[in-house]
Ligand binder design. Structure first.
Ligand code: COI
Length: 349
């Protein structure tokens, strides 16, 4: 497919300066990619100035949440720009789209779109450690029609945001025993907006109690740990790394998979298994579980300092613990080009 670069997009890039204070996902690059799907085929893509979308108020996405997205990053690797395992994001977006009965974005369209945005935003990529150009591809159903059927029209966008890590610093987690983020047979393993909407009430409640993130339990058994709202969960017990096994309601994180590979490579014993929440809390209380952390593209590796359950608070012995610190450094060394990429994860733009 060919990609048209609108002259207005180039104009909007000219003279654009990245503000000093970045935060996560609040500063937006002045350009975005757009492609449309209609009558069973994708249009050519275009790079356009960043700006509001024109959507019919009856568009399916606004009523029936026909939308899925990805989170990925571009890093400065010396004089080059690297994308971290982007094919994984392209594949996962195909999975998410299929789950919502949307036409999957072809992998070559996905990759061309991301590369076009990143190459035009090269000068906007921040260089501090843990900083990057966060990339957010998303797909929406745009057909104006209130019947509960799949949209016949779609738009695919890629926006980008020069960002710091999401949730830098230690996190206190609240064990969510009331609500569920996902359902058995639902969309938990797809990256769809509805999963995140379902987590917002819990996050609002836990903030009032002085916590940062929910720790979601499996919707089927309400007993084993699934994940956080936008990150996967890891615990270190007697020096071994444990993470919930993929079960259909957990999102298969690219960082999660990378942590497992890096840990094995560093000689750390790894277990993907069911983690019973009551066992976990008892192991934290006894000190057998000495550290825990969450990881994700946006968050990188975020240490967990405390788990709250009802009236009880369980403090982790170390946050950041040595395993989290070792894995975070190993990951960033590859992403930021300081060591040889022995796993072939980086794709240069
Ligand atoms: C990511 O890590 O890219 C995510 O999508 C998490 C997020 C919702 C901030």
């Amino acid at each position: 497919m060919s990609i048209k670069i609108q002259p207005e997009a180039i104009t909007s890039l000219r003279g654009y300066e990245v503000p000093e204070r970045l935060g996560f996902g609040t500063v937006m690059a002045p350009v975005m990619f757009r492609a449309r799907y209609q009558d069973g085929r994708w249009s050519d893509g275009e790079l356009v100035p960043y700006g509001p979308l024109a959507l019919d108020p009856a568009a399916k996405v606004l009523h029936y949440a026909q939308t899925c997205f990805e989170g990925m990053k571009a890093y400065r690797c010396g004089s080059e720009i690297g994308l971290f395992r982007p094919e994984r994001n392209a594949e996962r977006m195909v999975h998410s789209a299929r789950r919502l009965c949307m036409p999957p974005v072809p992998e070559d369209l996905f990759m061309d779109a991301v590369r076009t945005v990143v190459s035009h935003c090269a000068t906007l990529i921040p260089v501090g450690t843990g900083e990057s150009l966060y990339i957010r591809p998303f797909l929406i159903g745009t057909q104006p029609d209130l019947s509960v059927t799949a949209s016949k029209a779609y738009e695919f966008y890629v926006i980008a945001s020069p960002s710091e890590a999401y949730h830098a610093g230690n996190m206190r987690l609240w064990v969510e025993r009331e609500d569920s983020r996902a359902a058995v047979g639902g969309t938990g393993d797809a990256k769809v907006g509805g999963n995140y909407a379902a987590s917002l009430l819990s996050i609002a409640r836990l903030k009032e109690r002085g916590y940062d993130q929910s720790l979601w339990l499996n919707p089927g058994n309400r007993r084993t740990v699934d994940e956080l709202s936008g990150m996967n969960f890891f615990a270190v017990m007697d020096g071994a790394l444990h993470t919930p096994a993929l079960n259909g309601s957990i999102l298969e994180g690219v960082t999660r998979d990378s942590m497992l590979t890096l840990a094995r490579d560093l000689g750390i014993e790894v277990h993907e298994r069911e983690i019973d929440i009551d066992d976990l809390l008892a192991l934290v209380a006894s000190g057998t579980c000495s550290e825990a952390f969450a990881c994700g593209t946006a968050a990188i590796v975020s240490p967990i300092s405390e788990l709250g359950d009802s009236e009880n608070r369980y403090r982790l012995a170390s946050a950041p613990g040595p395993v989290a610190a070792q894995l975070r450094a190993a990951l960033l060394d590859i992403q930021e080009g300081r060591v040889e990429d022995r796993f072939g994860w980086m794709q240069m733009v």
